[in-house]
Design a protein around this ligand. Structure first.
Ligand code: ZN
Length: 136
């Protein structure tokens, strides 16, 4: 069950992320469904409902991540942590290339794999937004 998140804490998370999913960088305005407040470390793993453990996530990223903290790096098959927007920099692990998100590290590759960041539809939406200068 998702714990209660106060309106002020929600506002802080949305403002800090400037309305963008902190994994795929899509703006709330261009998502069909509302972005969600996500626990980086899920409550079931002992994660707290505090600003330092919360991120803004689009529905797709949040559903694919679920409560996972790790997955398998598709390059070498090793168990690898997922990208943590609170303690890591997006550009240290990921970069954009023609609407695709490219992994620069094992963490980046693993996050792309688990969150299906390069599913065709998601890439096509990003490419359309890029053409209109609305992404990232
Ligand atoms: Zn996302």
């Amino acid at each position: 069950m998702t714990p209660y998140i106060s309106a002020s804490l929600r506002r802080l998370v949305v403002d800090r992320a400037q309305g963008k999913c902190e994994y795929c960088l899509i703006q709330q305005n261009f998502s069909i469904y509302s972005h969600e407040i996500d626990h980086v470390v899920a409550v079931k793993h002992g994660g707290k409902t505090v600003a330092d453990n919360l991120v803004l996530s689009c529905l797709s990223c949040n559903r694919y991540q679920g409560s996972d903290l790790t997955s398998i790096d598709p390059m070498n098959g090793e168990i690898t942590p997922l990208f943590n927007p609170r303690s890591q920099s997006w550009t240290d692990h990921l970069k954009l290339e023609d609407g695709y998100i490219v992994g620069l590290t094992a963490i980046g590759r693993t996050t792309i794999f688990l969150l299906k960041l390069n599913d065709l539809t998601r890439v096509q939406i990003r490419q359309a937004l890029i053409m209109q200068k609305l992404y990232p």
